[in-house]
Design a protein around this ligand. Structure first.
Ligand SMILES: Nc1ncnc2c1ncn2[C@@H]1O[C@H](COP(=O)(O)OP(=O)(O)OP(=O)(O)O)[C@@H](O)[C@H]1O
Length: 957
């Protein structure tokens, strides 16, 4: 049989908090500490020992040394209760521990300790307390007939650190303590007897006491030489018919400790001395545990395991139990020091907090009983269908229906999810097939990744400002390129062809956009001959461009593979051809830029931009506005279609033909409309046909509608052109990337790598790295290269804020990295030599980069005043450690930005500051379009942006 520790009184425990309405779930409670001062013993009286202590009230005990004992300082101690020599044990029980002891009847573990020096009255007190508690327990049982109570008792003593069973007189052996993950510490094979009644219980208790080790010392004829623990386990359940299967279960421990003793006073030797040592040692551990617990449970390690006593009583010390300690004192002057120690222990114990809970248990036996009853009831119900039970079955059938409905819905949902998943798989498969066929490299970055991106880790970290390391990076990149598939050169050419097809497509789209715009202008009848002419000119240029491209198109993609034996020659030819075509893309960009300008002009001329509110219009302005407005409305149908699919002008035009009436008809219909609204034709100042204005409300409404439609049309075209521009920029980027790769291949070839015999490539191949990791590595490398190459910090900020690891950013990251690597190499080769001139622009050099960066920092320093309020500036100076009294603080501050590429926080904060100064973050809309990737010449040329231009010049793009 196994006794359970107080924290785990039963095998299947479902602990629920102490039911204190409105109170905390776990009852946190300090240990109840009382002091009992016994009368002077006969022995003490016989040696004329004097009384040193006095209980001055119910809570305070004071040390009052007699006048002749001048060396002893008076002292006062306060506790939950103090009991003087005249107090009976009953009072100690009633007022000191009863509450705690009887908690066990409600499922709360409880422990009552007696602590004190030898012969101070512990055993005397605990015997009385145990007796009183047993009385009360049985009184409670009698008073609560609705509950079934089971009382079990076990008794053990810890003698010389051995655990002995006090109910098993045959067993003299040391019982083992076992650690159970669920129950805590358990004493193996400890006898547990079930008490049949109070008499039986008392008898069992008396057996325990009789078994206990007692010996005579100089201070006590019957000195307890061991710590005794009598444990009552009380389990109570509501009686059978209640159907309740949960029980309260708790342990009530009566702990009579052996007394601390001084060998000098007990005159112990031999066995007594050995006992005394063990007693003192385990009490010392108890004191340490209490001391540590008194300063808080989280005060580090609590040495419960240092003695068997503290191990067994762990739950009573700061755990799941209510605990009361009675500290017993001898009043004798001769024991003042020992009594002081006891009071000091008591004072510590007052500060220890326990967390008691109600222990509920579901016993297997009860559960089986309950289930058997339930089964019997259901069987009976089935046998005799009772009409009253019918309504019940109706309810349950309704519940079933409801459940079935619910399940059907769940099945439907699951089916839907399955179909969706199947569809997604199909989509994925289709896309993969498309990718393999290389249908459209723009739609997804995947083909680029497959053919162009690095698969291995990037080059090692660059040392700051170490241009000489360019070689290493270059070689690493070269090797990385080499690690790509041996078909890389063919794939490159394949990619180039695909890009060209795309470029052609873009040209087509731009042309269509222009056509739409031209029609819009024609309909507009702005009289803006210039705009119409410009657009016509642009159209013819684009047509010309398309014609040029068709010659190049004659080389089919498939042909590339056919000529794979002369890879190097082909690549060189490709480069030459690309160089010759470089201006085409630039031209396309420029043309689109012009289209946008034309649109801007249109926007400026729209009624909304120069029209006053109708009520305030002068007759002249009214005439003008009407003149502009009506034809625009007539073309509305075209542009509504255009708005639906701005990226697919082919569709737009098809529907345009179907839906749109001739322009002249539109005008006529407008005229008719106005005529019918009793307007009179008139002439404008310019003498162009004009339409009668209507003063009616309907006419005003119509005007408003037309105006809105016109604005919408222009906005749509504008958005479309912007998108085209972005796509052209992307195309440019991809082309650059290809050129970079071709250059690298050439360089590698020149360096002796055998492109066509790449047998050991597989050996070099490294496991694929996830895009996220690659992105982080690439970004870090880019940041370091920016620093090394003194790249514009505005550019750095733009790039840093724009590309944050999106899958679609791969190509941009690679191009940036390649450009920078190229630039680093170029700068290293050039050193500080005077740069050669490329056309009108001087080629970039290290010193020119540094100068440009310096100018940029000066510009940003000036912006500090206009962009940031004084308080924010001051805060930044403090944060960035710019001396408050220093000169040129603005420049000092800006000079600190973007200076440490290895500090991620510094980089982030630098980017944030620069973004604020330049105004990137305003409105929170940082878009890729906004940056235009620096391939389109910025309208607002700043010296720092020019820093990039020579790179493209050097690449002849
Ligand atoms: N409150 C009291 N009133 C009268 N007599 C008392 C009281 N307390 C203790 N005594 C007597 O004092 C003597 C010693 O008491 P007791 O054996 O209980 O001390 P103890 O602390 O258990 O000692 P030990 O640690 O050596 O076992 C006993 O003879 C006991 O009857």
């Amino acid at each position: 049989m196994t006794v359970r520790t107080p924290g785990t009184p039963a095998s299947k425990i479902d602990r629920t908090p102490v039911s204190t309405p409105g109170g905390p779930k776990v009852r946190e409670e300090k240990i109840v500490v009382t002091v009992r001062l016994r009368p002077l013993s006969n022995r003490e009286q016989s040696v004329r020992d004097q009384v040193a202590w006095e209980c001055i009230d119910d809570h305070t005990i004071v040390l009052k040394p007699p006048p002749q004992e001048r060396s002893i300082q008076p002292a006062s101690y306060t506790f939950d209760k103090v009991f003087g020599p005249a107090c009976l044990t009953e009072m100690v029980y009633e007022e000191g521990v009863k509450n705690v002891a009887l908690s066990a009847l409600m499922g709360i573990n409880a422990t009552i300790f007696a602590y004190g020096q030898t012969s101070s009255g512990k055993t005397f007190t605990m015997r009385g307390i145990t007796e009183k508690a047993v009385n009360d327990i049985y009184k409670h049982i009698v008073n609560n007939p609705e509950r079934d109570f089971t009382l079990k008792i076990s008794g053990l003593e810890i003698y010389n650190e051995n655990v002995r069973d006090l109910l098993n007189s045959d067993s003299d052996r040391n019982l083992k303590l076992l650690d159970d993950p669920e129950k805590g510490t358990v004493v193996e094979k400890l006898v547990e007897e079930t008490a049949t009644n109070d008499q039986h219980l008392r008898h069992l208790i008396s057996i325990c006491e009789a078994q206990r080790q007692v010996g005579e010392t100089a201070l006590n004829d019957n000195s307890s030489r061991s710590h005794q623990i009598i444990r009552l386990t009380i389990e109570s359940t509501l009686r059978e018919n209640s159907g309740c299967v949960r029980s309260f279960v708790a342990s009530l421990n009566f702990v009579d400790l052996a007394g601390s003793e001084r060998t000098s006073l007990t005159h112990a030797d031999g066995a007594r001395l050995r006992e005394g040592c063990h007693i003192n040692l385990s009490l010392m551990t108890l004191t340490t545990v209490i001391r540590k617990l008194s300063v808080g449970k989280r005060s580090g390690h609590i040495p419960y395991r240092d003695s068997k006593l503290t191990r067994i009583l762990q739950h009573s010390l700061g755990g799941n139990a209510r605990t009361a300690i009675i500290c017993t004192l001898s009043p004798a002057m001769s024991h003042v020091e020992q009594s002081r120690n006891t009071l000091s222990f008591a004072t510590r114990a007052k500060e220890v907090t326990n967390s008691a809970q109600v222990n509920m248990v579901v016993s297997d036996k009860q559960l089986v009983k309950h289930l058997q009853k339930e089964v019997a009831r259901l069987e009976a119900e089935l046998r005799t269908p009772d009409p009253s039970a019918h309504s019940g079955s109706d309810t349950s059938s309704k519940e079933k229906d409801l459940k079935i409905q619910q399940m059907e819905m769940e099945i439907e949902e699951l089916k839907r999810q399955r179909d969706l998943a199947q569809y997604q798989v199909e989509e994925l498969r289709r896309k993969m097939q498309e990718d393999q066929q290389g249908l459209n490299p723009f739609e997804s970055p995947r083909p680029v990744v497959k053919c162009l991106s690095f698969s291995g880790p990037l080059s090692p970290k660059l040392d700051r400002k170490d241009l000489a390391r360019g070689d290493r990076t270059r070689n690493t990149m070269g090797r990385q390129t080499m690690r790509q598939s041996s078909t890389a050169p063919f794939m490159l050419m394949h990619e180039i062809r695909k890009l060209e097809q795309l470029q052609e497509q873009l040209g087509d789209e731009a042309n269509r956009a222009l056509e739409v715009l031209q029609k819009e202008v024609a309909c507009h009848r702005l009289g803006n001959q210039d705009a119409a002419e410009t657009i016509a000119r642009l159209q013819s240029e684009i047509r010309e461009m398309c014609a040029k491209q068709s010659i190049a198109k004659e080389v089919k993609v498939g042909d590339v593979v056919a000529v794979n034996r002369t890879v190097s020659t082909n690549l060189k030819e490709e480069i030459t051809r690309l160089h010759s075509q470089g201006s085409t893309i630039a031209g396309l960009e420029e043309q689109l830029e012009n289209v946008q300008k034309s649109i801007d002009m249109l926007v400026l001329s729209l009624p909304s931009n120069n029209q006053q509110p109708t009520a305030e219009l002068t007759p002249k302005t009214k005439t003008q506005s009407k003149k502009k407005m009506l034809p625009l409305a007539s073309s509305n149908s075209v542009n509504q279609n255009f708005m639906i699919s701005p990226c697919s002008p082919r569709k737009v035009f098809e529907s345009e033909v179907e839906n749109r009436a001739p322009e002249s008809d539109d005008i006529v219909s407008c005229e008719i409309l106005q005529e019918s609204e009793k307007g009179t034709p008139t002439k404008s100042e310019e003498g162009t046909p004009c339409y009668q204005r209507s003063s009616s409300v309907n006419m005003r409404k119509m005007q408003k509608m037309f105006q809105n439609a016109a604005e919408e049309n222009v906005r749509s075209i504008r958005a479309y052109v912007t998108e085209l521009k972005e796509r052209v920029a992307k195309l440019q980027y991809q082309k650059q990337l290809l050129v970079c790769q071709v250059l690298e291949l050439e360089a590698n070839e020149a360096a002796g790598y055998n492109l066509e015999n790449d047998d050991d490539v597989s050996e070099l191949q490294e496991p694929p790295v996830s895009w996220h990791v690659t992105f982080r590595n690439q970004r870090q490398q880019i940041i370091e290269l920016w620093d090394v190459c003194h790249v514009s910090i505005i550019h750095r900020t733009q790039f840093y804020l724009l590309f944050k690891g999106d899958a679609a950013d791969q190509i941009y990251m690679e191009v940036e990295l390649r450009r920078l690597t190229w630039l680093q190499q170029h700068l290293a080769e050039l050193g500080n030599a005077s740069p050669a001139h490329q056309g009108d622009e001087p080629s970039i050099s290290l010193s020119s980069s540094i100068r440009a960066l310096k100018r940029e920092r000066e510009f940003l320093a000036k912006r500090l005043i206009t962009r940031l309020p004084a308080e924010e500036r001051e805060a930044l100076y403090i944060k960035w450690e710019v001396p408050l009294e220093g000169k040129q603080r603005k420049l000092q501050f800006v000079n600190k930005l973007w200076t440490d590429p290895h500090d991620a926080k510094h980089v982030q904060e630098s980017a944030e500051v620069v973004a604020k100064l330049v105004g990137f973050c305003e409105g929170g809309n940082v878009s890729k379009e906004m940056f235009e990737l620096n391939f389109v010449l910025p309208a607002d040329k700043r010296p720092w942006i020019l820093g990039w231009k020579p790179i493209s010049n050097l690449l002849h793009l």
